[in-house]
Design a protein around this ligand. Structure first.
Ligand SMILES: [Zn+2]
Length: 140
């Protein structure tokens, strides 16, 4: 494990007990859901996206934007909630993003793509890594 995890870290066996096989593959083994298949890709309701593994709030719906990339896209995270790591897999250098609290893999962040957002960053996040909660506390 090269990724430093925070206070909500668990062993692989502990994660297997609480996550579905798909969640384990993406959050713990850094998998990627197929483009356009995630339930939050085109989702537009107001609320908060929390980590699907440890329930820490990661993104607000006010920072979500329609990137057209096939995954939920955010231009900023809740301060401190998301950690960045250099990822050199697949012959590319990318910036991986993880949940600071549990170390769960979220996706990657891309910068300078020209989207008209306040940060010009795109946090490209797997829907599987997130749980949405609306203003009334209802998860969707
Ligand atoms: Zn987490």
């Amino acid at each position: 494990m090269s990724v430093a995890a925070g206070s909500k870290a668990k062993s692989d066996d502990e994660w297997r007990a609480v996550l579905s096989p798909t969640q384990f593959k993406i959050l713990r083994e850094k998998g990627t859901e197929p483009a356009g298949t995630g339930k939050y890709d085109r989702f537009k309701e107001e609320g908060v996206y929390t980590c699907a593994a440890c329930n820490t709030p990661l993104y607000k719906s006010t920072t979500k934007f329609a990137s057209g990339c096939g995954w939920p896209a955010f231009f900023d995270a809740i301060p401190g909630a998301v950690s960045r790591h250099e990822d050199r897999s697949w012959g590319m250098t990318r910036t991986e993003i993880t949940c600071t609290a549990c170390g769960g893999h979220l996706g990657h962040v891309f910068k300078g793509e020209g989207y008209s957002t306040p940060t010009d960053e795109r946090h490209c996040v797997n829907s599987v890594s997130l749980t949405f909660t609306d203003k009334n506390g209802k998860t969707k």
